[in-house]
Design a protein around this ligand. Structure first.
Ligand SMILES: *Cc1c(COP(=O)(O)O)cnc(C)c1O
Length: 344
């Protein structure tokens, strides 16, 4: 349902479904800050089980999971190695520098996936002169590299190289379950070589907001302390946790439909003459409409007039499929794109 707008701007556009709203209305609740919200506790157990970790912590956002994990795994002055388009580095307003006093060591890659060799060559154990690389941060899938899925072997080798050099590993799992569905490799396999990994409920899973950070017991204990430091403890959070539990029950397998629709959209855009990214692994389609007659910004503006939202992102356009986009929406979006480009 989309009030006339076909919103391919982001998978955060999803709205709670009637079933999800019923689960929210019926949620058993208590005071989360005291550990007494039964639904939040159930969600945390569920995510820990999914990731094969000792514990998990429900937080208000994925960005907060990043901030809390960085706080728990670094000291001020430490360095965080990540891809140069990592959300943590590029899209969180410098948050980790503000909250934890860390600096970044961004690695340039094409697909968002650096190598174990790159980790070994850049990792610093720290001295009285050089900052310590305390953390290696990965994104699975990688958002601004195109929703690309890390190949398991390279991912595990990178995690091993980080640990061998004395660094911890954090995985930003805003779209971890998209990677799980795309590869068939379960979440616990992706979680196994990490110190911290999180799952977002507000992207393709369709929850209103919230994410859960998973790791071993000592890490989650530290994470809870920083949750409190950041003023982010919750009260009757079961209303939101119920939506997340509902999403885990009903909205995971269907991510495959989003991936299929993204491929259909990519093929259609290529037929219209757009330069489409080589890889459409999951639900994100990046393309440049310039060869078809319009630069990204005017293309998105004209498309919005036709009732279709896509987002201009640094010299290209990002279109995202999700729970609230069906086959008819893809057909309509392609027809609108064709009209806009024909008029240009
Ligand atoms: C959306 C996103 C986040 C932030 O998640 P929120 O729940 O919206 O705070 C972090 N990392 C990546 C890669 C994202 O796409």
């Amino acid at each position: 349902m989309h009030d006339g707008l076909i919103d391919l701007g982001s998978d955060t556009a999803t709205r709670p479904t009637p079933g999800m709203r019923r689960a929210m209305a019926e949620a058993e609740v208590g005071d989360e800050q005291r550990g007494e919200d039964p639904t939040t506790n159930r969600l945390q157990e569920r995510v820990a089980e999914l990731c094969g970790t000792e514990a998990a912590l429900f937080l208000a956002s994925g960005s907060l999971c990043n901030k809390v994990a960085v706080a728990a795994l670094t000291r001020p002055g430490d360095s965080v190695l990540c891809d140069h388009r990592a959300h943590l580095y590029r899209w969180e307003a410098g948050g980790p520098a503000v909250t934890s006093g860390v600096m970044f060591d961004p690695v340039a890659t094409d697909d968002g996936h650096f190598t174990a060799e790159q980790v070994r060559s850049r990792l610093q154990s720290g001295s009285k002169y050089v900052p310590r690389t305390a953390l290696v941060a990965l994104e699975q899938t990688h958002n601004f590299a195109g929703g690309t899925v890390w190949p398991l072997e390279r991912y595990e080798a990178v995690c091993d190289a980080a640990h061998a050099g004395g660094a911890s590993v954090l995985v930003d799992g805003a779209r971890l379950l998209n990677a799980v569905v795309a590869t068939g490799v379960p979440a616990h396999v992706w979680a196994a070589p990490t110190d911290a990994i999180w799952v977002d409920f507000s992207k393709g899973l369709g929850g209103p907001f919230g994410a859960a950070l998973a790791g071993d017991g000592a890490f989650i204990e530290e994470a809870v302390r920083f949750q409190y430091v950041f003023g982010a403890a919750l009260r009757q959070s079961g209303v939101i946790a119920a939506a997340a539990l509902y999403a885990l029950d009903h909205h995971v397998d269907r991510l495959a439909e989003d991936h299929a629709r993204a491929r259909t959209l990519a093929e259609g855009l290529a037929e219209l003459g757009c330069r489409v990214a080589d890889r459409v692994d999951t639900n994100l389609v990046y393309f440049d409409p310039t060869p078809a007659g319009l630069a990204p910004e005017p293309f998105c503006a004209a498309l919005l007039d036709e009732g279709v939202r896509m987002g201009p992102v640094r010299g290209s356009v990002r279109a995202v499929t999700h729970l609230d986009i069906d086959d008819a929406d893809i057909t309509a979006a392609l027809a609108a794109a064709a009209r806009v480009l024909a008029a240009a």
